[in-house]
Design a protein around this ligand. Structure first.
Ligand SMILES: O=P(O)(O)OC[C@H]1O[C@H](OP(=O)(O)OP(=O)(O)O)[C@H](O)[C@@H]1O
Ligand code: HPA
Ligand SMILES: [Mg+2]
Length: 186
């Protein structure tokens, strides 16, 4: 395990998904997404900040011509539980009416963020609206969501790395791991 980023290793319990596993999965997902959007004008929408890494790596794995936009929403604050209240911190720059939109997320946990986002973006009348997420926690779902492309289903534990934070830290870890309980007072 490569945990050389200034002692972050001491804060981690376990590496769940390695960088190599993430790369291989994104290549696999990209092939399927390319097949779906052949000949279509694709707009991928990254959900800041967590999806930054997935967007950057997935976009480079795709061969379909595409444009990128970003939306920033937040429902977690500094804790490990979703507040359930979703706030728009930054809206899209693009009018998505009539566009083929793919939402790119790092994780579906309770599903509250994405469920809200699907309703919000769906009301803007895109030609299609689909979702790709790197991670999903099936045992944490509070709402059912139809997701076209899922990288990994993971246990119901708080994870960090590859875009995912705890109190804004650990986003730059190149893998996905679980935090040691002492970090969040568990
Ligand atoms: O399924 P849910 O329970 O709603 O959780 C998933 C969302 O929570 C996290 O974002 P967060 O709101 O913490 O903001 P961030 O992306 O800036 O970290 C994560 O990036 C997802 O967007
Ligand atoms: O497990 C998680 N880790 C980090 N951020 C999150 N946002 C929702 N679930 C998580
Ligand atoms: Mg997020």
């Amino acid at each position: 395990m490569r945990v050389d980023a200034k002692d972050m290793g001491a804060d981690l319990k376990q590496v769940l998904i390695t960088k190599e596993e993430i790369d291989a999965k994104l290549a696999e997902l990209a092939a399927k997404i390319d097949a779906e959007y052949t000949g279509k004008d694709l707009l991928i929408v990254g959900v800041l900040k967590g999806a930054v890494m997935v967007m950057a790596d997935l976009a480079r794995a795709l061969s379909t011509p595409l444009t990128m936009d970003w939306m920033a929403v937040s429902s977690y604050g500094a804790g490990t539980q979703s507040s359930g209240v979703v706030r728009i911190l930054k809206d899209l720059d693009t009018d998505i009416k009539g566009r083929h939109v793919l939402i790119v997320e790092d994780i579906i946990d309770s599903g509250l963020t994405l469920s809200w986002l699907i309703t919000n973006l769906g009301s803007r009348e895109p030609a299609s609206l689909k979702v790709c997420t790197l991670l999903r926690k099936p045992d944490a779902a509070k709402v059912a969501i139809d997701v076209e492309w899922v990288g990994f289903d993971i246990p119901n534990e708080f994870v960090v790395g590859y875009g995912l934070d705890y109190a804004e830290k650990y986003r730059n870890l190149p893998f996905v791991g679980t935090l040691a309980p002492h970090v969040y007072g568990g």
